[in-house]
Structure formats: structure tokens, C-alpha cells
Design a protein around this ligand. Structure first.
Ligand SMILES: Nc1ncnc2c1ncn2[C@@H]1O[C@H](COP(=O)(O)OP(=O)(O)OP(=O)(O)O)[C@@H](O)[C@H]1O
Length: 881
């Protein structure tokens, strides 16, 4: 096993000897098996750690490091262990929990066993995982030219797999890591030497990684493992064969989960295999720049799109909404289905209110189902499931009555009835106090309880019975600590004692007897307490197993609840924020009237956000596909760019959008190159990052894509930056022809003329010395950057501002006279009204362009006729005709 592990073994004492006690030998034996884990070794009321574990953990958890003999040790009270384990998991540690499994007798060594290994990706307990996000364990494996990636959330049974070509490792692996955001990643040893993989992992500091020898990822064995898990002969229904790259990592994950949790996971009964082309493709950096599920500042959901639209009431709904945002759809049919359901709630306020209040009383059924299937659920969990199912039944009945589908509720009723009749309403989570199983559920348990609670009455009844049978009226049952229970008969009545009375002791005035029945009552009374615990435990396990057998049904209910939660939440957001249902089709138009940025608007005082329109189309029918946006600093360009990307994304998850009207032709990819951030960790400069991202767009975008570019080229000299921005624009206009919004401070770019290009700018009102940003988009080019004005707003000292204004006017004067070199003089002379493709040398040669196009053509998407047209175009490009 490859994870950098602590070396187990006793620490030699100063004299060179090891602490050699039976307890420490037992510890050593266990540590041999759990070398890579922190071993929590139960000793009485403490978990103790020794040797290297103790040294490391005392540092991580800020515990006092002491010694047992010569060995370093530290400990934590067992009742506080969850808090410490949670902290260790956050540090990427794995914890093996070793319990005492036999009662300490005072003689000999207590038996101990590792009952669970908790790792960041296999933790099940609610104390260790985030409620509103999935807790994924992922595995990447490379075979030949294909990489397979699988990830599973043990707590919810969400199991996914996908694959890509090794040549796409950089893009695909970073995208999947960013999207799934696994807490733990498993890799084969061979990938330790893969620079790309290692670099991408190191950029995501939070993942706990472990490495296993490559032979563990055997395709045949994994295939068998998956079939066994899903109860199928093959994996055809999951679109998998033995050769599929997804199989080895998926199979390995199941083995790993089983090994760590030491329980079966029957609730994981299917896997969703997807191709990236089913969803709107978005690279990791575009997703981060758009702040969809997390903000760029601190990575939390605050100020993200998720925060604005997450009016969901359940953790399941929140997780589903998150995954919708990360996987927007491309199929118009699927989008419309979601839209119809959002519309149902949008138009039905009463149903929205009902759903909201019922959903508020529903707990995390998905995770409850997981805990029940993995035998981790306690009685309170079952009651939580019952309450949730009851709320779901009420909601589903209302939904059906209102025409929102039909639901299979019989099983939900059965499960709910089983729990209400068998489990106490407010049960204990442990078995010690006998408050788990309801009275009346089991006559055996009732008998023990009766015995415990009514011992006096039972003895009195028995005494009365014997009095009647023997005719000895003063027969008494008494108890003392030495003899226990006995029947006392006065001397005068001893001759009436029947044969089943067994003599215990003879005293001066009386004799003491017992009977088989009295012995039995006594035995039962003594055993009642422990029997109650045992019987409750067995009955509870039986009830839980019955419910676990319905895991698939419960999970399907959980998915329906999550779905209703998301569509009703989207409808609530739409009503509250005045969003509209967009027209979504397979066309090429992106047209929005009165569009708003959902997040900026939500954080501005009501009515302050200025709505803006947009129309771009990649139909190639003479309408503009490319909006070149200029405008002063602070005018609202970036907001406008992002708002339109977010609008497209919201439309494609099936949501309403913040606008008065919207028509969205589905896009296949969204690229968002905004701002520039250094990535010193990668050894890349700001400009290099900017160019890498730009190159990625030029290689990856298709005519169906939406490209958002903000200030491309600003990270280098004006001449270089302008030339690059110009050539990139040309390439997008002439070669890719996708819908593009391109914001720039290079006013020279507005000299470009192209039938698919339109100039747009943010309106500004100049009032003497004052500048008012109207935030309104209008057609045309902006005349001024007002950079100095913004610098002044930012608090740059007035002397500097004054000097900057002087320099600016002298630069502007000399630009007129030609005596001073200024930025615009470096722009190539552009003849009036030129076709761009012939006015500027492109960034790439014709051969490179054709090669790029060949590589990016999606042969599944184009018709034979389109293919011939493309070849024709390549021919003329290469022959220069
Ligand atoms: N349509 C709008 N209505 C109201 N406020 C807006 C609008 N658009 C942008 N703003 C606000 O204006 C400020 C500047 O916006 P933004 O960053 O988009 O400007 P910019 O033109 O991209 O600036 P720069 O060129 O300096 O980067 C932001 O604080 C934003 O909240």
C-alpha cells in the first residue's frame, strides 16, 4: 500500500528495550494490519494512540503527549472521539477504530477488534460529512490510451463514472476534480509518475490521496465485483463492458468501501456512466470564474449563483441543485421537462407553500437510507425516516391531486406503519435504558419488561398461588443478599410442604425453601435487564433489516423529494426575483430583453440593478455573433458578460432566468475568460495563464459555444496585447463563428468591421467634472476609459491623479502631432470597412487552423453534407483560394 505511512513498531526505550506487555503486543499486532491508519486503541474509557501515531496526532489535535513506559502515547475520552475524528478527517487522515469486544474480567487480556476504518471519502456518520454537498470518494485509473474515473458517495449511493482519452488528461481530470470535488482520491502507483495528474492533485490541496499497486485494478475482477454488487449478469444496462475504462476504478471503489466500512453497501445498486458531451462543457477555470457554486474569494457558497437560487428546503434538494448547476443539460427535451415542472409550481402558489412547509419537515432521507442499509442507523434515524415518509405521503397525495404525476406510496405507508408500531416515538439511540422497541411489538420483550417492572407483583401472585395449593396461609416469599429469594414456612406448617419444595435452610422457627418456579422467576428477574438490552438489539436489527430491504424504494423516494424540492425552489426564486421562463431550442440565437445579473441584483438595493438586452446569433445568416464591448472602467462590462453566461446556464438547467424575455438556443460549451490571476503555484505568470486559457478556448469552442472574454491581452505590452486581442477576435469571428461577448479597453479594436461583429458600449453621462455610470448597454463604441476618474474614486492621491491627467493630455496632444509615440500609433493601419480575415495576419497559420478544426470537429454531431462543406473549406484555406 502506497500511502506515505508511518512506520509501525515499538519505539526503543533509552535502554534499547521495547515496552513489552500483553496490551502493547496486542496493539502492535493490530498496528501491523493498519499501518496507514491512525489506530484509535480503546482502553477503558479512552482511545489511546502510541508511538508515531501519538507523536503526529498529539501535534495535529493539540493533545498532551505522555509516555507509557518508554513509548510516546496520547489519548482522548471515547465520548468525545467524534469531534477529534472529524478534525483528523479534515486533515486527510484515516482512522481505524479498535474497540474492546469482550467485557474486561480483570483476568487476562480484553479482546479487541477494529470495527471500522473511517476515511475522508468513506465516512458515513453525520458528524464527519457536510450535509449540503456530496461526500465523494474517487478513483482514477489509466489503461492504454484511456483514463477511467469513478466516484461514489457511500452515504447517498450516488455512483458515477466517466472516461476520457489520456491526451485530454489536463482538461478532463481538472474538470472532473473541480466538479465532483472528492474528499478522497485513490490512484494506482503508476500515476505517481504522471506529472499532469500530480500537478492537478497538488493544486487541489484538500484531497486525501492513497496509492495502490496497479494489479489491484484488474478489469475482469472489477467487472465481476460490479455485477455482484448490482445483481446483474453483465453491465450492459449501465453501458459498460469489461473493456470499458470506467470498470477498473469503479470496481476498485466498491472493494475499498467494503474494506474500510467493514459492512456491505447494498444500497449502492447502480452506476451512472456519463459522457461529458451530455452536458454543457465548462472547464474548471470558467466554472470558477462564473462563481456558480462557490465564490472566488474564499471558496464558500456566499455570493455564488447557488446561494441566490438555493431556496431548497432539504439537504437532498440542495445537493441535487448543486449538481444541476455543475451539469447543465444540452437536450432541449430534458430542459423543457424540467421547465414544465418549474412552471407547475410557478403558477400554483398554494402548492408552492404546501411543498415548502412539508419539505421543511423532511430530513435527509438519502443519507438515512444509506445508514439503514449499512446497519449504522439507530432508532432515532428510523423515526426520522418515518416522519419524512409521512410528510412525503402527504405531499405526494397533494401533488397527484393537482396533476403533478403519480407516486407509488404503498410501500412508504408500510414502512411508516412498521416503524410506528415497532419503535418508541422518542427512542434512545443506545440500548442501555430499554427505550427503543415499543411495548406490544414482541411478547418476549414485553415479558422481560414486565418481569423487571412488576417483579413484586409476580412474586406476590406466585406466593398466593402456592398458599392456595398448599393451604399454608402464612407462606411468604422473602429475599436476602446471601440466599436470594426463598419461601419461608413456619415450623408448624412444615408437614404440609409439597414435594416440589426444595429445602434451603432450617432455622429455629421456620424453614426456607425454594421451588423450580421460584428459581426460574429469580433467574428471569436477574436476567431481565440484560435480556431487555439483547432482545431490543435483536428486534431492532430485524426491523432495520426489513427496512434496509427496501433501500432502493427509499432512495427512489429520496430522489423524488429532492426533485420536487429543486423545481419548487426554482419556482419560488423565479416568483420572488421576477424571473421568466426562457424559450429554449436548438437554434443559434441568444436573445435577452431586460437581463439582470442574478447575484449582483440580489445584493443591490431593490430596483438599483440596471437591466440590459442582448442579441447574438451564430446562425451565420448575417446577424451578429460577436459583441465587442467597450466602455469605461467601472461601467459594468464584466457584470454584463457574466450575467449573460449565467443566464444561458440557468436556462439550460431548466430554471427561469432574470429577464423580461429570453430566447436561448442551447449552447454546447460555455467559456469564461475573465480577469487574470497569477498561478505562481503552477509556475505560470498572469499573462501565461491568460494565454493558456485563451488557447484552450480557441481549440475547444465550436459554433454552438458561448464565449465570454474580458480584457484579453491586457497582461502584456499594449502592442502585443492589442495584436493578440485582434487576432483572437478574428479567429472567433471567421473560424469558430460562435456566440461571443468580448470586452476590451483597446479602443482600437472598434475599428474592426465584420458582418458578424457589432459594437456595444456601456453608456456614461459626463456632467462637468463628474462621470455618472448609467450601466446601460447601447450600440456603438465608447470614447473614453475614464480610468483616471476611477483611480480617483479608488483614493489615489490627488497629486498623482493631477499628474496622470497632465500626462494623458500631453500624450493625446502628441498623438495628434505625431511627435510622441503613443499606444494607438502601433496599431496597423486599417483600411476603411475591410473584411477582417484579410486585414490582419492571424495568430495561427492556415495549416494550424485547419489542424485545430480537424481535432475539434465532433463527428457525432455533423451531417455528411456538413462534413463535405467543411472539407471544401479546408481545401480552399490550404490552397489559399
Ligand atoms: N447593470 C448594473 N446595474 C447596477 N450596477 C451594476 C450594473 N453592472 C455593474 N454594476 C456595478 O458596477 C460595478 C462595476 O461593474 P463591473 O466590474 O462590471 O465594471 P467593468 O466595466 O467591468 O469595470 P472594469 O473595466 O474596471 O473592470 C460593480 O460594483 C457592479 O456591482
Amino acid at each position: 500500500m502506497g500511502k506515505d505511512s508511518v512506520v509501525a513498531g515499538c519505539v526503543p526505550s533509552k535502554s534499547g528495550s521495547m515496552e513489552d506487555t500483553p496490551l502493547m503486543r496486542q496493539y502492535q499486532e493490530m498496528k501491523e494490519t493498519y499501518k496507514d491508519e491512525v489506530l484509535f486503541f480503546r482502553v477503558g474509557d479512552f482511545y489511546e494512540m502510541f508511538n508515531d501515531d501519538a507523536v503526529e496526532i498529539s501535534r495535529l489535535l493539540n493533545l498532551t503527549l505522555t509516555h507509557r513506559g518508554s513509548q510516546p502515547m496520547c489519548g482522548i475520552p471515547y465520548h468525545a472521539s467524534k469531534r477529534y475524528i472529524a478534525r483528523l478527517l479534515r486533515c486527510g487522515k484515516r482512522v481505524a477504530v479498535c474497540e474492546q469486544v469482550s467485557e474486561p474480567t480483570g483476568k487476562g487480556l480484553t479482546e479487541r477488534k477494529v470495527v471500522e476504518v473511517i476515511t475522508p471519502g468513506t465516512a458515513v456518520d453525520g458528524d464527519y460529512i457536510e450535509g449540503v454537498a456530496n461526500n465523494f470518494l474517487a478513483c482514477l485509473f489509466v489503461r492504454g490510451q484511456s483514463a477511467g474515473f469513478a466516484f461514489v458517495d457511500v452515504t447517498t449511493a450516488d455512483f458515477f463514472a466517466t472516461s476520457w482519452s489520456v491526451s485530454d488528461m489536463e482538461e478532463s481530470f481538472s474538470k472532473e476534480l473541480g466538479r465532483a470535488h472528492p474528499r478522497e482520491l485513490i490512484l494506482p502507483e503508476s500515476l505517481r509518475r504522471n506529472d499532469t495528474v500530480q500537478r492537478l492533485i497538488s493544486l487541489d490541496g484538500g484531497i486525501a490521496c492513497s496509492y495502490y499497486p496497479d494489479w489491484n485494478f484488474d478489469a475482469e475482477k472489477s467487472f465481476g465485483r460490479l455485477c455482484a454488487q448490482f445483481g446483474t449478469k453483465n453491465l450492459k444496462s449501465f453501458s459498460l463492458s469489461e473493456l470499458s475504462p470506467e470498470v477498473p476504478p469503479a470496481g476498485f471503489l466498491l472493494d475499498y468501501v467494503q474494506k474500510m466500512t467493514i459492512t456491505a453497501t447494498p444500497h449502492i445498486n447502480s452506476i451512472k456512466v456519463y459522457k461529458d458531451s451530455q452536458f454543457v462543457m465548462m472547464d474548471d477555470s470558467s466554472r470558477r470564474n462564473l462563481e456558480i457554486v462557490a465564490n472566488l474569494r474564499d471558496g464558500s457558497a456566499q455570493f455564488s449563483l447557488l446561494e441566490v437560487i438555493a431556496r431548497t428546503r432539504t439537504a437532498m434538494g440542495r445537493r441535487l441543485l448543486r449538481s444541476w448547476l455543475l451539469y447543465p443539460l444540452r437536450s432541449v427535451g430534458d430542459i423543457k421537462m424540467r421547465q414544465d415542472d418549474v412552471s407547475f409550481f410557478f403558477g400554483n402558489g398554494g402548492m408552492r407553500d404546501d411543498a415548502e412547509s412539508l419539505l421543511s419537515s423532511i430530513l435527509d432521507v438519502e443519507r438515512l437510507a444509506g445508514r439503514i442499509a449499512m446497519e449504522r442507523a439507530h432508532a432515532k434515524d428510523l423515526q426520522a425516516l418515518r416522519a419524512s415518509l409521512d410528510a412525503w405521503i402527504r405531499m405526494a397525495e397533494k401533488l397527484s391531486a393537482a396533476g403533478f404525476g403519480t407516486f407509488e406510496l404503498e410501500k412508504a405507508r408500510e414502512i411508516s406503519a412498521l416503524i410506528s408500531s415497532s419503535i418508541e416515538e422518542d427512542p434512545s439511540t443506545t440500548f442501555g435504558d430499554g427505550r427503543v422497541v415499543k411495548a406490544g411489538w414482541s411478547s418476549e420483550l414485553d415479558g422481560y419488561r414486565d418481569m423487571q417492572e412488576n417483579a413484586g407483583r409476580i412474586l406476590e401472585e406466585y406466593a398466593a398461588e402456592e398458599q392456595r395449593l398448599t393451604g399454608i396461609q402464612n407462606l411468604r416469599i422473602k429475599v436476602n443478599s446471601i440466599s436470594g429469594y426463598y419461601i419461608e414456612i413456619t415450623r408448624g406448617k412444615v408437614s404440609q410442604v409439597p414435594p416440589h419444595f426444595i429445602m434451603r435452610r432450617s432455622l429455629t422457627n421456620s424453614d426456607r425453601f425454594t421451588t423450580p418456579r421460584l428459581q426460574e422467576i429469580e433467574r428471569q428477574m436477574n436476567e431481565a435487564a440484560s435480556r431487555i438490552v439483547e432482545t431490543e438489539r435483536a428486534l431492532f436489527a430485524e426491523i432495520r433489516a426489513k427496512i434496509a430491504a427496501e433501500s432502493s424504494y427509499i432512495l427512489s423516494v429520496a430522489h423524488k423529494i429532492a426533485y420536487v424540492d429543486v423545481v419548487s425552489a426554482l419556482a419560488s426564486s423565479a416568483v420572488l426575483n421576477r424571473w421568466v421562463r426562457p424559450v429554449v431550442d436548438d437554434g443559434d440565437v441568444f436573445r435577452v430583453v431586460g437581463g439582470r445579473h442574478p447575484v449582483v441584483e440580489a445584493h443591490l438595493p431593490s430596483g438599483e440593478f440596471v437591466p440590459n438586452d442582448i442579441v447574438v446569433s451564430s446562425a451565420g445568416d448575417g446577424s451578429a455573433s460577436f459583441g465587442l464591448i467597450t466602455g469605461p472602467n467601472m461601467a459594468g462590462k464584466s457584470t454584463y458578460l457574466r450575467q449573460n453566461a449565467l443566464l444561458a446556464l440557468m436556462a439550460q438547467i431548466g430554471s427561469y432566468v432574470p429577464a423580461e424575455e429570453a430566447h436561448v438556443g442551447v449552447v454546447d460549451r460555455i467559456f469564461c475568460r475573465v480577469g487574470a490571476s497569477d498561478n505562481l503555484a503552477r509556475g505560470e505568470s498572469t499573462f501565461l495563464v491568460e494565454m493558456t486559457e485563451t488557447a484552450y478556448i480557441l481549440r475547444g469552442a465550436t459554433r454552438k459555444s458561448l464565449v465570454i472574454m474580458d480584457e484579453v491581452g491586457r497582461g502584456t505590452s499594449t502592442e502585443d496585447g492589442l495584436s493578440i486581442a485582434w487576432a483572437v477576435s478574428e479567429y472567433l469571428l471567421n473560424t469558430i463563428q460562435c456566440k461571443t461577448l468580448f470586452a476590451t479597453h483597446y479602443h482600437e479594436l472598434t475599428r474592426m468591421v465584420h458582418p458578424s461583429l457589432k459594437l456595444m458600449c456601456m453608456d456614461v453621462l459626463e456632467d462637468g467634472d463628474k462621470v455618472v455610470f448609467l450601466r446601460k448597454m447601447k450600440e456603438g463604441a465608447s470614447e473614453n476609459s475614464y480610468g483616471i476618474h476611477v483611480a480617483s474614486l479608488a483614493g489615489i492621491p490627488q497629486t498623482v491623479i493631477k499628474r496622470a491627467s497632465e500626462i494623458l493630455s500631453s500624450l493625446q496632444d502628441s498623438a495628434g502631432s505625431g511627435s510622441c509615440r503613443i499606444e494607438t500609433s502601433t496599431v496597423p493601419d486599417v483600411p476603411p470597412n475591410p473584411r477582417l480575415s484579410v486585414t490582419m495576419p492571424g495568430l495561427f497559420s492556415d495549416e494550424e487552423i485547419v489542424l485545430e478544426e480537424i481535432l475539434s470537429v465532433d463527428t457525432d454531431e455533423i451531417t455528411p453534407k456538413q462534413a463535405l462543406q467543411i472539407i471544401e473549406r479546408w481545401k480552399s484555406a490550404l490552397s489559399g483560394t
